[in-house]
Design a protein around this ligand. Structure first.
Ligand SMILES: *[C@@H]1O[C@H](CO)[C@@H](O)[C@H](O)[C@H]1NC(C)=O
Ligand SMILES: *[C@@H]1O[C@H](CO)[C@@H](O)[C@H](O)[C@H]1NC(C)=O
Ligand SMILES: *[C@@H]1O[C@H](CO)[C@@H](O)[C@H](O)[C@H]1NC(C)=O
Length: 464
């Protein structure tokens, strides 16, 4: 019994602790932080050199766990070939001073890199939920400033030589001092970016970097999106319907509701950190566009065939909520490939169409395929949390109903709208014929009941 316990403990410990071998050095380490959006984008351009005695095909890219946990999307490519490299997000951490602090993205090269040779890597990260307004509440006429907690010197499993950090996409910025410490290595402004440079940095060096910077726009956050995609072969159409629960995680307005309420009308429109209008990219040639909220139709929108600008019923101040529904229709053949001989179809739709600059906590993406369709395969370049298959009855469905598949995603951002989600399904000609047949059947039933009713009526009359 005791033995078993020890064994479990050892296993846990070995799961946790990871110390990548010192096979590499970073000869160049360039990191660019882009703070122009409501979330953070980081780009790393690395030149690494194999200092081991044998060829190596694995590189461990380190990130502090508070960043790792907030990654919305990432890509790792070879600079030369632009080819995406195979990666794995490791759950094992490295401890620093007894604290599990460092996570890794394990990168696998197509061919091992020989000793003394170098390799060039590009790593892009999108990190959401990583910035917050500071101060949390401001006056309507004050500038909004945001706090980013990041790190200044490169954090790596390997020793780093020449390295630079650039911070772009900001107006004015101010580095905060950590209590009881002086600010070390203050940066220089160069070409509209803040630049820091260090010569030699030891592995796993951690240097905090709290930065406060001005950011004029609102921070639209979608707490929940239910995105439904109704596929009709019979009508050659795809209907999109999206229900949004939105908030603005930017600075609150000092003085609370009544004052803000009073200001609502004119001044708010001109306050940049208040959300007053949203731009959404629709698919090409969208039609039958509608926009409703709890109260009803919202007429204040401008629709183009591939874009819609919507103006919420009221300005959305920091911490305010607004829920709304948006819908539109496209032609099916815009998204559908037919793999003819076997009645197999391949449908690819964008992951998102939502407002620019938005981040998402939770997204349910539901496909409603025609009745009788059988899902064969789902391909999503972005990992989903869960998948659920079922049926949903709708108008004119007489059998099981539409085949419904729901994928659940968390932590997305607007730029992932370029990602296509592909679903392959089998749907036979017989299935296609079923629909009109069902309607005919329904009409027949309806006629029959009319007939029966009439008949009863007649009999009643006859009785009199
Ligand atoms: C709108 O969304 C918020 C945030 O998710 C939610 O708490 C609220 O209940 C929703 N309001 C309505 C009327 O559905
Ligand atoms: C909402 O607007 C659409 C078209 O813009 C219209 O067809 C529909 O009847 C309106 N609904 C309500 C409840 O006003
Ligand atoms: C969205 O997903 C959650 C969790 O899977 C589920 O409880 C909820 O009903 C889903 N909503 C829709 C509209 O499918």
């Amino acid at each position: 019994m005791q033995l078993q316990f020890v064994w479990v403990l050892t296993l846990l410990a070995s799961c946790l602790a990871l110390q990548p071998p010192a096979d590499w050095v970073n000869t160049e380490f360039k990191r660019t932080l882009d703070l122009s959006k409501s979330y953070v984008k980081e780009k790393y351009q690395l030149t690494i050199k194999n200092i081991a005695d044998s060829p190596i095909d694995t590189y461990y890219f380190a990130l502090p766990n508070y960043v790792f946990d907030k990654i919305s999307g990432f890509s790792v490519t070879s600079t030369g070939t632009k080819e995406a490299l195979s990666t794995e997000l490791l759950t094992e951490l490295t401890e620093i001073n007894g604290e599990p602090l460092i996570n890794y993205i394990k990168v696998q090269f197509p061919q091992p890199v020989s000793p003394k040779s170098t390799y060039h890597l590009n790593i892009n990260l999108i990190i959401s939920d990583f910035i917050s307004p500071l101060p949390a509440a401001i006056g309507l006429n004050e500038d909004q400033t945001l706090l980013l907690r990041t790190f200044k010197k490169p954090i790596s499993a390997y020793k780093t030589f020449s390295n630079q950090l650039f911070v772009t996409g900001i107006g004015h910025a101010q580095e905060l001092a950590i209590e009881g410490h002086q600010i070390e290595d203050s940066g220089a402004v160069e070409d509209n970016s803040l630049k820091y440079e260090f010569q030699e940095v030891e592995p796993l060096t951690i240097s905090s970097f709290p930065l406060v910077y001005s950011h004029q726009g609102p921070l639209p956050k979608i707490i929940k999106l239910d995105r439904s995609i109704w596929v009709s072969h019979w009508g050659n159409s795809v209907e999109f319907e999206e229900y949004y629960e939105l908030t603005n995680i930017g600075a609150e307005i000092k003085g609370g509701f009544s004052r803000a309420d009073f200001m609502k009308s004119k001044q708010a429109i001109r306050t940049p950190h208040v959300l007053t209008v949203m731009e959404l990219n629709l698919n090409k040639d969208s039609h039958d566009v509608y926009y409703t909220d709890l109260v009803g139709n919202v007429s204040t929108s401008r629709v183009f065939s591939d874009k819609i600008y919507i103006r919420p019923r009221y300005p959305i101040f920091g911490k305010w909520h607004y829920n709304f529904t948006l819908g539109w229709t496209n032609q099916l053949n815009q998204f559908l490939d037919v793999i003819k001989s076997e009645d197999i179809y391949s449908l690819t739709v964008p992951l998102l169409n939502g407002p620019t600059d938005a981040t998402y906590d939770k997204v349910n993406l539901s496909f409603y395929l025609p009745e009788g369709a059988k899902v064969l395969e789902i391909n999503s370049p972005i990992q989903y949390e869960s998948i659920e298959e079922g049926y949903e009855l709708s108008y004119f469905d007489l059998g099981n109903g539409h085949t419904k598949v729901t994928l659940t995603f968390t932590s997305l951002v607007d730029e992932l709208n370029v990602v296509g989600i592909n679903i392959k399904y089998r749907y036979t000609t017989w299935n296609l014929l079923q629909k009109p047949f069902n309607i005919a059947k329904l009409l027949f039933v309806a006629l029959l009941s009319y007939f029966l009713l009439t008949k009863i009526d007649v009999q009643l009359k006859a009785k009199k």
